[in-house]
Design a protein around this ligand. Structure first.
Ligand code: C2E
Ligand code: MG
Ligand code: MG
Ligand code: MG
Length: 279
């Protein structure tokens, strides 16, 4: 009986492996066509001013409507995209699409910005600057209406050329946010060199705010640090009233999370950007 069980377990296991392998290869093939065949789209998640509740900007988040598998979140395909280099055309498409979207809400909120996530591989490319300039100019958008979100790990790989590229982007007026701040292994000294304008406190700290004094202290410390470096600070993943009260009390300026709005379509975001009715 043990032998039979072992055998069938073995068969199941190899079948799954084979299926996983095929799926992976197929998925890469499908992903290669996804941009051209217009299967990607963006959702926009509001970023609010904690004091007034007003939506000040939105983060563009990519989704893939796969012809057979349905709607896939970035976690399902971005790792593959990064391994294969397909991330560069995908991110390029995202930048263009996000700028076009932001151009449609300028009438409602002239100062609102749009944030896009940039993969490490893209940051290493000299043509990132041209991509960003073309996308903003093509959409008729001021460069200061665009924020590039970079993770700490993308930034620590940062050679002098990458730093120089970031400085050039800043000179154009582009904003630079450090995403998922606190989850990387970088030393704080890199903050002195990176011309960032915003810190986004990772959701994992915000999630533990009520339960863990160390998480609270971390959010406090990062907020103070941001203040000292003259960076704007955004608390990510604010889901509850308690978390909202805590990040507000700590002094974070901006918040993002389900408490304020889930990632949504362009029409909904435009509606959320409606200027507050005069009192
Ligand atoms: P991220 O940049 O940290 O984006 C925030 C993620 O947290 C999003 O997940 C968002 O839906 C989720 N989120 C926001 N508020 C809450 C909340 O209150 N609770 C919880 N539990 N989650 C919340 P999403 O859209 O699945 O994206 C995951 C990651 O994929 C992003 O993390 C970003 O690193 C990456 N990504 C998304 N779009 C792009 C893209 O166009 N290009 C690149 N290179 N990466 C992208
Ligand atoms: Mg992000
Ligand atoms: Mg983040
Ligand atoms: Mg995150």
């Amino acid at each position: 009986a043990a032998k039979a069980a072992g055998k069938s377990a073995y068969r199941t296991c190899t079948a799954e492996l084979r299926e996983a392998a095929v799926t992976r290869a197929e998925l890469i093939d499908d992903l290669r066509r996804a941009v051209d065949e217009r299967q990607l789209h963006l959702e926009f998640q509001p970023i609010v001013d904690l004091a007034s509740g007003e939506v000040r900007s939105a983060e563009a988040l990519v989704r893939w409507r796969h012809p057979r598998l349905g709607l896939l979140p970035p976690a399902r395909f971005l790792p593959l995209a990064e391994e294969t280099g397909l991330i560069v055309p995908i991110d390029r498409w995202v930048i263009h699409e996000a700028c076009r979207a932001a151009a449609t809400w300028r009438d409602r909120a002239p100062d609102a910005t749009v944030a896009v996530n940039i993969a490490a591989a893209h940051l290493r490319r000299p043509d990132l600057i041209a991509t960003v300039s073309e996308a903003t100019a093509g959409a008729g958008l001021a460069p200061r209406a665009l924020t590039l979100e970079l993770t700490e790990s993308a930034l620590i790989e940062g050679s002098d050329t990458v730093l120089e590229r970031l400085r050039q982007l800043r000179e154009l007026g582009i904003h630079i946010a450090i995403d998922d701040f606190g989850t990387g292994y970088s030393s704080l000294s890199y903050l002195h060199h990176i011309p960032a304008t915003e810190l986004k406190i990772d959701r994992s700290f915000v999630a533990r705010l009520g339960a863990d004094a160390r998480a609270y202290a971390t959010v406090e410390m990062v907020t103070q640090l941001a203040g000292a470096f003259d960076l704007s600070v955004i608390a990510e993943g604010v889901e509850t009233e308690g978390q909202h009260a805590a990040v507000t009390a700590i002094g974070c300026v901006h918040g993002q999370g389900w408490r304020y709005g889930r990632p949504t379509g362009l029409a909904d975001l435009r509606a959320a950007l409606l200027p507050a009715a005069p009192a």
